[in-house]
Design a protein around this ligand. Structure first.
Ligand SMILES: NC(=O)C1=CN([C@@H]2O[C@H](COP(=O)(O)OP(=O)(O)OC[C@H]3O[C@@H](n4cnc5c(N)ncnc54)[C@H](OP(=O)(O)O)[C@@H]3O)[C@@H](O)[C@H]2O)C=CC1
Ligand SMILES: [Mg+2]
Length: 352
């Protein structure tokens, strides 16, 4: 090993160690806050709060982008006081992460019913004026947020929605009590613990070797196509869901499945998207669209897909009445899955 190489390796090791160390420290801190109510309450004192109203995050506009402002506990208490609300309402907040410097981040919904207030929902327009921002539906804002805020707000919304929908024990009917971090709810009468859940969904890019299969639902924006997606049924493996969904939606059988990556997706109510590549059995490429699930599906060439990846929708109708073919935005795992397929095709067509 040369001297230079030795130094480079040590530097690399040093950086890996530093990064790992920060990451592990942060992870252990969050673990402690989830387990220890007192530690979590203490973290609220120095923490920061993202605000929501009926599951819509508070956002501010800055040069074609949305920013998610954070508020300190003091600011929040002042705000609640101004709107005639008890500061106890802060107990409804949920832990969603922390900074490298261990500033804990929480989310609080001021529009949902609260167990700490009789007149629960705070008046939205007045709050927006006071907070110099707007509560905007996440679906309309997600793609104009930076990656960190998109991920944090998606987690926050899923967690707030889950708590709102799990206020009562499904066995005893008694109100459940959330821990301070909001990582679980417990029924005081029988000690049943409820943990936040998300639904696993597979998203599969089917290929026949040279083309890939894309489909659209009638609810998609006009002209937009995506890979095939479907919820996992109870008892299924990811592989079984992929085979079933592809068969159900386009009438094809797939083989040679390859995992690509996963992503938390806030719609419809918090899903774990598991993205995979799959190929059809040789010679079996005839699509039979299930019209109860899809509007249409088709095979697309590498060049068509590569061009569409560069387009940004939604589009207005063209003069001939059609809409240009475009793909989901960069943040969506379907975009990344399709992009990887395009890049792989380029690599495999290069001379060895
Ligand atoms: N991030 C990304 O890149 C992408 C994400 N997606 C997401 O994947 C999700 C699933 O894709 P989709 O093709 O719609 O799924 P499916 O093909 O499974 O069809 C959806 C239908 O499945 C039923 N269903 C079964 N289990 C559930 C559940 N746990 N929650 C809700 N509905 C369920 C519902 O039927 P019924 O209403 O009849 O009960 C629903 O209308 C979508 O919600 C979409 O947001 C999709 C494409 C790209
Ligand atoms: Mg589907």
């Amino acid at each position: 090993m040369s001297l230079y190489c030795g130094i480079a390796c040590r530097r690399k090791f040093f950086w890996c160690y530093r990064l790992l160390s920060t990451y592990v420290t942060k992870t252990r801190y969050l673990f402690e806050l989830k387990e220890d109510d007192d530690a979590c309450k203490k973290a609220q004192q120095t923490g920061a709060f993202y605000l929501f109203h009926s599951l819509a995050p508070l956002l501010q506009t800055s040069a074609h982008q949305y920013l998610a402002p954070r508020h300190s506990l003091l600011e929040l208490e002042r705000l609640l006081g101004k709107f005639g609300q008890d500061a106890q309402r802060i107990e409804d907040s949920v832990l969603i992460g922390c900074s490298e410097q261990q500033e804990a981040w929480f989310a609080l919904d001021l529009g949902l019913d609260s167990s700490f207030s009789i007149s629960a929902s705070l008046h939205k327009p007045e709050m927006e004026t006071e907070l110099k921002g707007s509560f905007i539906e996440l679906r309309n804002a997600l793609f104009q947020l930076n990656a960190r805020d998109a991920s944090l707000l998606s987690t926050a919304q899923a967690l707030l929605r889950w708590h709102d929908a799990h206020q009562f024990c499904s066995r005893s009917g008694q109100p459940t009590k959330k821990n301070v971090a909001g990582s679980k709810r417990v029924c005081p009468s029988n000690n049943i613990i409820y943990y936040p859940q998300m639904a696993p969904v597979v998203i599969t890019l089917v290929s026949d070797g040279t083309r890939c299969l894309l489909a659209r639902q009638s609810s998609f924006p006009k002209g937009m196509y995506s890979a095939l997606a479907g919820f996992c049924d109870i008892g299924e493996s990811v592989e079984e869901t992929i085979r079933r969904e592809v068969a159900e939606e386009v009438g094809l059988e797939v083989e040679s499945l390859q995992y690509y990556a996963s992503q938390h997706w806030p719609f419809p109510s918090g899903s774990l998207m598991i993205a995979c590549h799959a190929t059809v059995k040789p010679g079996q490429t005839e699509i039979q669209v299930n019209l109860r699930e899809l509007e249409t599906a088709a095979w697309f060439s590498h060049d068509d897909v590569a061009t569409a990846l560069k387009r940004k929708g939604p589009y207005t109708q063209q003069q001939n009445g059609t809409f240009p073919f475009w793909l989901p935005p960069k943040l969506a795992i379907s975009h990344q899955l399709i992009k990887e397929w395009v890049e792989k095709q380029i690599c495999s067509s290069l001379p060895a």
